[in-house]
Design a protein around this ligand. Structure first.
Ligand code: 1HN
Length: 350
C-alpha cells in the first residue's frame, strides 16, 4: 500500500502563493485525483433520457428556432455528472436528438470529429455524405466520418428525428475540433453502397490492380432491416443467456466502422437477463424497439422504444427485455479509441 500523501493545507501559505504566482503546483496533493487506485473514478453519471419527455421539447424547438438559425436543430443529451449544459453524455461520447421538418435542409459542412446517426422517427429524410445520398429509415445507422462533407434534406411530409453520436468531447479535449462550410452537395445519381457494393455479407467488389483503392469508409449506411434480420437469425441459435450482439464493421477491413466510436446491435430475448462484463469503455444505449429494464451501477432504468441511456466507464450493467417480445438496442461505445490507445479492458464479473 502507498503512503498517505501530503495535502495542500500542510504547505505554508507563502509557499503556495509563490507557486501559484509562477504557474506552478505541487503534484502530491492531486496525485490520487489524477491516478486513483484500481479503476478510474468517472465524473460521468449514468442517465436515462425518455423519448416521451424529449420529443415534445424537440418539436417545440422546431417552432422556436428556424433551421437557418440553428444550422443543426439539436437537443444535446447532457451528462448530469458534469452539470448543466455539458456537451457530452460520457467521457468520449456526445449524443443529441436532431429535428428536421419537411422541406428543410441543413447546410453542408465537414469537421474533424466523426459522427453517426441512428434514425428514430419519420420517413423521407436523407443525408448526403461526400456525394453519396443515404436514405434514412428507422433504425438505420448512417456514418459521416471525420472530414466527410455532409448535409441533410427532407422530402417527406412529417418531422424526422434522429440521434447523432459524435466523438466531439475527445476532439474538444484535443483542441482539434473545427468545421468548414460549403453549399449543398449535388448527390450522385446512384444508390448508396449498402444497396450496391455491399449488399451481402462476405461479398465485396473484386480487387483489381487497375482499380482505385476503395474509400477508407466504403459503406456509410447500415440498413436496420438487415441488422434486425441478422440478430433474429443469430438469436434463434445462440445459447440461452448468451448476449446476442453484432458489431458494425467496415466491410473491407473488418475493423470498427469509425476510428474512435464503435456501434453494436443487441437483441435481448424475453425472460433473459444479460450481464455484460465490466468494461473500461463508456456506452450510450438507444432502444430501437421493445421494452425492458437495465440497471447501471445499481440504478434502475425502465425503457421503451426511442429511449436512450448512458453508462460511464467501468459500469456494472444488467439488461432484461419485458414480457414476451424481444428488444432491440444499439450500443454506442468508445472501445475502438481505447484499443488504439492500448488500454481497453474487460473484467468478467463474479
Ligand atoms: C453535426 O455536424 C451534426 O451534421 C449534428 O447533423 C450534431 C454536434 C456537434 C458538432 C457537429 C450534423 C453535431 C454536429
Amino acid at each position: 500500500m502507498g503512503h498517505a500523501l501530503g495535502t495542500l493545507e500542510e504547505l505554508p501559505l507563502a509557499y503556495r502563493a509563490a507557486l501559484a504566482r509562477n504557474s506552478l503546483a505541487p503534484l502530491w496533493p492531486m496525485m490520487r485525483n489524477v491516478l486513483p487506485h484500481g479503476a478510474p473514478q468517472p465524473v460521468s453519471r449514468q442517465n436515462l433520457w425518455r423519448f416521451e419527455t424529449l420529443r415534445p421539447l424537440l418539436l417545440e424547438a422546431g417552432d422556436l428556432t428556424p433551421v437557418e438559425k440553428a444550422e443543426r436543430r439539436v437537443l444535446v443529451l447532457t451528462d448530469p455528472g458534469r452539470g448543466e449544459g455539458a456537451m457530452q453524455a460520457t467521457s468520449v461520447i456526445y449524443v443529441g436528438m436532431q429535428l428536421l421538418k419537411p422541406g428543410e435542409t441543413a447546410p453542408a459542412h465537414r469537421h474533424t470529429p466523426s459522427a453517426a446517426r441512428i434514425i428514430v422517427e419519420g420517413e423521407g429524410a436523407y443525408t448526403v455524405v461526400d456525394g453519396e445520398k443515404c436514405p434514412m429509415h428507422r433504425g438505420d445507422l448512417v456514418l459521416t466520418p471525420g472530414g466527410a462533407w455532409h448535409d441533410h434534406g427532407h422530402s417527406g411530409t412529417e418531422p424526422v428525428i434522429w440521434l447523432d453520436a459524435l466523438d466531439l468531447p475527445l476532439f474538444v479535449y484535443l483542441e482539434g475540433s473545427y468545421a468548414e462550410e460549403a453549399p449543398l452537395q449535388a448527390p450522385r445519381n446512384r444508390p448508396d453502397a449498402s444497396e450496391a457494393e455491399y449488399l451481402s455479407a462476405g461479398l465485396v467488389p473484386s480487387r483489381r490492380p487497375d482499380r482505385a483503392p476503395v474509400s477508407r469508409y466504403p459503406m456509410l449506411r447500415y440498413p436496420w432491416s438487415r441488422t434486425e434480420a441478422a440478430l433474429r437469425s443469430l438469436g434463434a441459435l445462440a445459447a440461452p443467456g448468451e448476449a446476442v450482439e453484432l458489431d458494425y464493421v467496415n466491410p473491407e477491413t473488418g475493423e470498427s466502422c469509425l476510428p474512435t466510436l464503435g456501434f453494436t446491435a443487441m437483441l435481448l430475448r424475453p425472460g433473459e437477463k444479460a450481464t455484460p462484463p465490466l468494461r473500461s469503455s463508456s456506452a450510450v444505449f438507444h432502444v430501437i424497439s421493445g421494452t425492458g429494464t437495465s440497471t447501471v451501477n445499481g440504478e434502475r432504468f425502465a425503457w421503451g422504444p426511442a429511449d436512450t441511456f448512458s453508462a460511464p466507464v467501468f459500469s456494472t450493467l444488467t439488461h432484461e427485455a419485458d414480457g414476451t417480445e424481444p428488444a432491440f438496442l444499439i450500443r454506442i461505445h468508445d472501445r475502438p479509441l481505447q484499443e488504439r490507445l492500448g488500454y481497453f479492458e474487460e473484467r468478467v464479473r463474479p
